[in-house]
Design a protein around this ligand. Structure first.
Ligand SMILES: Nc1ncnc2c1ncn2[C@@H]1O[C@H](COP(=O)(O)OP(=O)(O)OP(=O)(O)O)[C@@H](O)[C@H]1O
Ligand SMILES: [Mg+2]
Length: 285
């Protein structure tokens, strides 16, 4: 063993927080354990003075946001405000030029790669559903379960009763129980979105990031998504980026409006909508 490998092992052991062989082994597979998330101050996510530039252009400009554990935070803002880039920073897809991003009190997101951030308990849903079309709804959820097996082993692996129950509960939450054995490719756009949320839930995340989840949905699907998000809040923390104001109205508690990479206004939807600067930004100069 060379020195580098020894150091890496030490780091893994440290990150898993355990000294024993078993803890170390778990640490090697899942370098950051979501059960170690420390939210003693009630805050699950801190973004402080984050700046992101693309070829000199500031997409995010000294952004400060704190999200409480269990919150359902809505993020609004005109096109190009930096909403998606903010999610890219949280998930490690984009590295900020400066500023700090912490998950709970102790997990410095700048020290982790995308996979480690996902393992730490941050789940992200992109706009386009990425379900396995040929597999059934049930199988999609099965594959998404937090296991370290590859796709083939997972498919032929016999589920335990508890795992079956977990999938069953998730099917109920996402309202797809009666679709469990249909190929995911036959679902409606809205149902596919719910399935993908279910797949995220199978990973037992603490924080869920949803970028325009209602886009392309029918009014009924949008309303059902709203009910789903309201039911998930509390147990999970949700950060929802959306342009659909009816949807925001249905689900919103605290709303943050971004503009030019910074927070322009924050408060209830009513407060934000009545803010002069917000009105100006939305109506154009
Ligand atoms: N990889 C990149 N390279 C260069 N510029 C980028 C990149 N990603 C984003 N930008 C720019 O950064 C700004 C913020 O983009 P972002 O996608 O975060 O906005 P948004 O608030 O999500 O907008 P929308 O509501 O349209 O989705 C935009 O001006 C965008 O063109
Ligand atoms: Mg966007």
């Amino acid at each position: 063993m060379n020195a580098a490998a020894t150091t890496a092992e030490k780091n893994e052991g440290h990150m898993s927080g355990g000294q024993g062989l078993t803890d170390r082994a778990v640490g090697l597979e899942r370098p950051v354990d979501s059960t170690k998330l420390d939210t003693t101050h009630g805050v699950i996510l801190y973004l402080e003075d984050i700046t992101v530039t693309f070829d000199g252009f500031r997409a995010i400009n000294k952004l400060n946001i704190a999200i409480d554990r269990g919150e359902l935070r809505c993020i609004i803002g005109p096109n190009g405000a930096g909403k998606t880039t903010m999610m890219d920073v949280i998930t490690g897809k984009t590295r900020p030029d400066s500023g700090t991003a912490f998950f709970g009190q102790t997990i410095d997101l700048s020290k982790l790669n995308e996979a480690q951030i996902a393992h730490a308990g941050i789940g992200r849903k992109f706009q386009k559903p990425t379900v396995f079309e040929h597999l059934s709804v049930f199988e999609n959820l099965e594959l998404a379960m937090k296991t370290d097996k590859g796709i083939w082993t997972s498919l032929f692996f016999k589920l335990s009763g508890a795992q079956r129950d977990h999938i069953g509960e998730t099917l109920e939450i996402i309202n797809l129980k009666d679709q469990a054995h249909r190929p995911a490719g036959l679902l409606s756009h809205g149902q596919k979105q719910w399935l993908e949320i279910g797949m995220l839930l199978m990973q037992e995340p603490q924080l869920l990031l949803l970028d325009e989840p209602a886009a392309g949905m029918t009014d009924e699907e949008t309303a059902r998504s709203g009910e789903l998000f309201l039911s998930l809040a509390g147990k999970y923390t949700l950060v929802v980026v959306e342009h659909d104001m009816d949807f925001i109205k249905q689900i919103s508690k605290k709303v943050t409006c971004l503009h030019e990479g910074s927070v322009l206004a924050e408060g209830t939807l009513e407060q934000v909508q009545n803010d002069e600067r917000v009105i100006e930004v939305y109506l154009g100069r």
